[in-house]
Design a protein around this ligand. Structure first.
Ligand code: NAD
Length: 458
């Protein structure tokens, strides 16, 4: 079956049309990958490190072209797209060095000459299933550690980011041995076929799919991790500068049209919500919406027509439930999938908009009386990816942060933003399995083997 990927700002612009990889193609790729992985794991670590360094150079050399393709295929504003490509290069360089890190630990043995070691070794073929919203960074923050530690990679990208994944494979090909990094275009069917073949699986995407993937991996007895949705809250305390907090929250909620798992979808305001809400509406209205190829654009299109309808329907439903649409709530003129950044208040924390991820430029302002209520509201959702707190008071920041059920906590910082050298992941429905990125990545892509060596004489 053919798969097409179109530009969200100009849906008549066909970015790529390719055949989906069927089960037979996936099995063939896995066989090739397994052979490549065996040679790769046996190669000196210095060789793997150099290859990843060369992959970084290849991507850096094609940064302008890759940025342009990202703007075109997923509608990411050009400044963010350029930063993502640069991050991709940084990730490859970081894991090029990690290939040379200690690969295990020693433990006290039964005698002074005995050795008791736990050594890391690669799993074999790592399967990656990725979303469209970070089409370079997410595939690379999974593939780079997998490769660094001696695995082969089969990447099944989102259909909506197929062009970028195929280009990434072309760029990396001269740096890596044949069959080591393969891209398998396709949708759910290809993803399921991949799950049947690989030795470990890393998924990023929605909760509904991530759950199925984790169950299928567990049934096969392979380790997996799933990074899924979020409904991230920023808590604004009365001592925070409302204007400054509003500027940061506006960017985190609406940048890239809110299509980040770490986007802010709930602003929880302690005390009088008036000054912050007013500042937030002004800050959101100030954001430049439009052609993602323009340097000044902060909010481009959403990925599909369906995603655009999801946002307007969520605003309509919120209004019907007694919410007040403070700004936005409608689609914008023009050909692409543009929707105005939307803010809603006057809803309770149990309203659907305050409970379910929409994955678009829409956020809700929730007023609470005190910090205890702020914590209860922030934690009162099935997700737990990231939370942030705005205050000048360090004690209150630390006290609040310690009570949030999220995998990541940021003080006076946007919920969005990822440091690839630190562990990344969430709590509750937002994540399953070990953390990814930083040094944490080796948990999924390696297993330990405990080795005992005794002197021959006993
Ligand atoms: P999605 O769940 O629809 O798709 C993700 C991937 O899974 C795609 O490659 C898709 O083709 C594949 N897939 C779909 N059905 C499958 C099945 N039955 N078996 C195997 N694979 C299948 O997600 P999306 O729309 O591409 O991305 C948006 C979602 O991703 C949002 O929920 C967002 O919060 C989440 N996300 C999370 C993180 C994170 O790190 N936590 C990062 C980015 C995006």
């Amino acid at each position: 079956m053919a798969l097409v990927s179109r530009s969200p700002q100009r849906p008549d612009d066909l970015v790529v049309e390719v055949e989906e990889a069927d089960a037979e193609a996936v099995a063939g790729a896995a066989e090739q990958g397994r052979a490549a992985a065996r040679r790769w794991a046996a190669a000196p670590a210095l060789e793997r490190s150099a290859a990843l360094g060369a992959a970084a150079d290849a991507l850096a050399g094609a940064a302008a072209e890759t940025t342009e393709l990202m703007v075109r295929e997923v509608g990411k504003p050009v400044s963010e797209a350029g930063a993502e490509v640069a991050r991709g290069v940084g990730i490859l360089r970081y894991y090029a060095q990690q290939a040379l890190d200690p690969d295990g630990e020693t433990y006290p043995g039964p005698g002074p000459a005995a050795l008791l070691l736990a050594r890391r070794r690669p799993r074999g073929v790592a399967g990656l299933i990725t979303p469209w919203n970070f089409p370079v960074a997410i595939p690379l923050w999974k593939a780079a550690p997998a490769l660094a530690f001696g695995n082969a990679v089969l990447l099944k990208p989102s259909p909506d980011a197929t062009g970028l994944a195929l280009r990434l494979a072309e760029l990396l090909a001269p740096a890596l041995p044949d069959g080591l990094f393969q891209v398998l275009p396709g949708g759910a069917g290809t993803g399921k076929a991949l799950l049947d073949q690989v030795d470990c699986l890393s998924f990023t995407g929605s909760v509904a799919v991530g759950r199925q993937v984790a169950v299928a991996a567990t049934e096969r007895g392979i380790p997996s991790q799933a990074e899924m949705g979020g409904l991230n809250a920023s808590i604004v305390l009365p001592d925070a500068d409302p204007g400054r907090a509003a500027t940061v929250v506006a960017g985190a909620a609406m940048g890239y049209a809110g299509q980040k798992c770490t986007a802010t979808s709930r602003a929880i305001v302690v005390g009088d919500p008036g000054p912050f809400t007013e500042a937030l509406v002004a800050a959101v209205r100030d954001l430049a919406v439009g052609d993602p190829a323009e340097r000044s654009t902060v909010v481009g299109p959403v990925i599909t027509e369906q995603a655009m309808r999801r946002v307007t329907e969520a605003a309509e439903e919120a209004a019907a439930a007694g919410g007040r649409v403070l700004t936005g709530g409608k689609t914008l003129d023009g050909k692409g999938w543009f929707v105005a950044p939307t803010l809603v208040d006057s809803l309770g924390p149990d309203a659907r908009l305050a409970q379910e991820e929409v994955f678009g430029p829409i956020a809700v302002v929730l007023a609470v009386a005190d910090e205890d209520e702020a914590v209860a509201v922030a934690n009162g959702v099935p997700y737990g990816l990231v939370g942030s707190v705005f205050t000048r008071d360090l004690d209150r920041a630390l006290g609040l942060a310690a009570r949030l059920d999220t995998g990541m906590i940021r003080v006076n910082a946007p919920t969005s933003g990822v440091d690839f050298h630190a562990p990344f992941g969430g709590e509750k429905d937002s994540s399953f399995g070990p953390r990814e990125q930083g040094k944490a990545a080796r948990e999924l892509y390696t297993s330990t083997r405990t080795v005992t060596v005794l002197p021959h004489g006993g």
